[in-house]
Structure formats: structure tokens, C-alpha cells
Design a protein around this ligand. Structure first.
Ligand code: ARG
Ligand code: MN
Ligand code: MN
Ligand code: MN
Length: 296
């Protein structure tokens, strides 16, 4: 594959500063070399321009930084669309999870029936109506299916993801109204309970069936907080009881083997909260697994 790396140093969607340094941390961990070792060609377009929060004066509590997020999302959507036009595999490095708005909006311009694999401790299925925090990184999935505030939906041009084609892996905390909405959404949620109960191997087999059924592309959105904070301490909204490092690798190795994924994003890596770039290294290694790395 020709992997095209797009850095999005955006932290407007999250409460904690520092996640804007995620792309640097993941590159610093040797991402390019790891991907070349697997045999991929790597193109890195660098980071998209993102203005710093210090340069603005507005201070909303509801839909925080929506204007900035939408602006960056529109640029990201175009960058993703362009890499698909050139037959590249888009690899987006966040940044917080609000960037998925731009990623998915771009993917939908080429894949009209997109399947989505969402690895996360959280549901990210809040709207401005249900969010307790007002942080947009808790809203990208709801936005991608066409729910929530019209402003956030601008990059989608009226095309959304069918919720039945969304599969979550690793979920272990939801806000009350978010859980209620998700229950009726049609999305499949493999929470930690299902992973404990059936094992990652069976969960991934089911997940692959769902996202490949009548779809024309599959996006893998990996929030590093899906992995237990024991292994991924560098993220802003950690939650215990998560995937082990090995479970995460297994999931992504199984995906590489199935060769169904057409784009990937790695988000919420926060070097400020990390221990010597441990989480950045984990993220780089997980990306390599998803793109075919094997020990032997
Ligand atoms: N549910 C919480 C909220 O809406 C946390 C979301 C965390 N999202 C994330 N991408 N880490 O604020
Ligand atoms: Mn999360
Ligand atoms: Mn259109
Ligand atoms: Mn997330």
C-alpha cells in the first residue's frame, strides 16, 4: 500500500491541552520506519494548519470550539478525499477524536456505504443536547450518523453513515442519555463485557462480518483510550478496565489479515500526560499491526 499520513494537531475537542502533540509523538516513535519495514510506501503530508486556542476570545460552554473544529474538518475532509483519489491509504494522526468528523466526511465522498470500526472506552455518541461536557470529541459518531447540531454537520454535505454499519470495540463508559441514544441507534457495541466473555478473536470475527456487509469501504477509528491506562497512560480521558496491549494488537492483526480496512485514524494520544512517550510508541506499534506487521 501507499500510506498517506495526515497529521491533525487539534485539541479543541477535548478539555485537556496536549493532545495536539499526538502526531509528533507517534512520528517520533518511528512510525515511518515501522511502516516501511512492513513493505509500504509512505507519504507524509505533514500537519494540517490548526490555529492555537490562545488566539481566540470566545468562551462557550455548550458546543466548545465548534467553529474551529468545523473549519479544520473541512480541510481534513478534502485531504482525505484527495488521498483516496490518488489511491493512497489515508492514515490520520490526531489530535482529539473530533477530527473523525472531517475524516469520515471525506471518506463518505468516495465510499457511500462506509463501515466504521470504532475502538474506544467511550461512545462519542453525544450531541450538544446530551453532552455533559460540551466537548466535541464526545460527539463525532452522533455527528457522522446525522444527529446533533447542524453546524457540526456542515462537512458532510448531507451524506451520513448508516448506524447499522458501525461497530464499537472496547466501550466501558457512557453518559446516561448517550447510552439511551446508542441503544436505539442500530450500532453494534462490543463492550468490555463481550470481549471478556467471548474473547477478542470471536468479537473481531463478528465485527468484520458487520462492517463488510453491503459496504464499499471500512474505516478504523482508534481512540488510544480503548487500551487500558496501564498500557496507554498518555490520554486525556482515561478509564480503567480496558483492552490489554495484547488484545489491542490481536484485534488489529486480525484486521490486517482480513485486509478489509481502507483508512485508519489514531487519536487522543497526549504526550504531556504520557510516561516517556510510551503511549506514542504503543500507538505507532498498533498502527503497524493494523497495516500488517508480524514478528515472523
Ligand atoms: N462522554 C464524555 C463527553 O462527552 C467523554 C468523551 C470522551 N471522548 C473521547 N474521544 N475521548 O465529554
Ligand atoms: Mn475515548
Ligand atoms: Mn455530495
Ligand atoms: Mn473517542
Amino acid at each position: 500500500k501507499t500510506v498517506r499520513i495526515i497529521g491533525v494537531p487539534l485539541d479543541y475537542g477535548a478539555d485537556r491541552r496536549g493532545v495536539d502533540m499526538g502526531p509528533s509523538a507517534i512520528r517520533y516513535a518511528g512510525l515511518h520506519e515501522k511502516l516501511r519495514q512492513v513493505g509500504h510506501k509512505v507519504i507524509d503530508i505533514g500537519n494540517l494548519p490548526v490555529p492555537v486556542p490562545e488566539s481566540r476570545t470566545k468562551n462557550e460552554t455548550h458546543l466548545k470550539y465548534a467553529d474551529e473544529i468545523v473549519k479544520v474538518s473541512r480541510v481534513l475532509a478534502r485531504a482525505v478525499e484527495k488521498s483516496l483519489d490518488e489511491d493512497n491509504y489515508p492514515l490520520i494522526l490526531g489530535g482529539d477524536h473530533s477530527i473523525a468528523i472531517g475524516t469520515i466526511a471525506g471518506l463518505l465522498r468516495k465510499f457511500s456505504r462506509l463501515g466504521v470500526l470504532w475502538f474506544d472506552a467511550h461512545g462519542d455518541y453525544n450531541t450538544d443536547q446530551t453532552s455533559p461536557s460540551g466537548n466535541v470529541h464526545g460527539m463525532p459518531v452522533a455527528t457522522a450518523v446525522g444527529l446533533g447540531h447542524p453546524a457540526l454537520k456542515i462537512p458532510f454535505h448531507g451524506h451520513f453513515v448508516d448506524p447499522h454499519k458501525i461497530v464499537y470495540v472496547g466501550v466501558r463508559t457512557l453518559d446516561a442519555d448517550e447510552a439511551e441514544a446508542l441503544r436505539h441507534s442500530g450500532a453494534t457495541v462490543f463492550s468490555m463485557h463481550e470481549i471478556d466473555r467471548y474473547g477478542m478473536r470471536d468479537v473481531m470475527a463478528k465485527a468484520i462480518d458487520i462492517v463488510t456487509d453491503q459496504t464499499d469501504g471500512v474505516h478504523l477509528s482508534f481512540d488510544i483510550d480503548a487500551v487500558d491506562p496501564l498500557y496507554a497512560p498518555g490520554s486525556g480521558t482515561p478509564y480503567s478496565g480496558g483492552l490489554t496491549e495484547r488484545e489491542a494488537h490481536l484485534a488489529l492483526e486480525l484486521l490486517a489479515e482480513s485486509d478489509i480496512v481502507s483508512s485508519m485514524e489514531m487519536v487522543e494520544v497526549n504526550p504531556i500526560l504520557d510516561e516517556h512517550n510510551r503511549t506514542g510508541e504503543l500507538a505507532a506499534n498498533l498502527i503497524a499491526s493494523a497495516l500488517g506487521h508480524r514478528i515472523i
